[in-house]
Write a protein that binds this ligand. Structure first.
Ligand SMILES: [Zn+2]
Length: 86
């Protein structure tokens, strides 16, 4: 048995629904008003907004942030062997 799964979520920045790998998708912390807040909860950011954030950081000389490989790809557990039937 193998399966593929992904996270379907609304981007915290633009509200667009998008799919991602829940373990790898970049997120930002926001408060109940959806304003950036280091003590808030983590909400995922879509690819478009991530690219915009990267461009903004580059333009302002801020350190690059690392996007994990497969952040916006479905998760496959094919690599995890499952024992089906004994
Ligand atoms: Zn977005």
């Amino acid at each position: 048995m193998s399966s593929v799964y992904m996270l379907l979520a609304a981007c915290v920045s633009c509200g667009q629904l998008f799919t991602s790998n829940p373990d790898r998708v970049p997120s930002i912390r926001v408060n109940a008003q959806r304003q950036p807040d280091p003590t808030g909860r983590r909400e995922p950011v879509c690819r478009t907004c991530w690219d915009r954030r990267v461009a903004h950081r580059r333009a302002n000389g801020l350190p690059e942030e690392y996007l994990m490989p497969g952040a916006y790809a479905p998760v496959s557990d094919l690599s995890e062997e499952e024992h089906d039937g004994d």
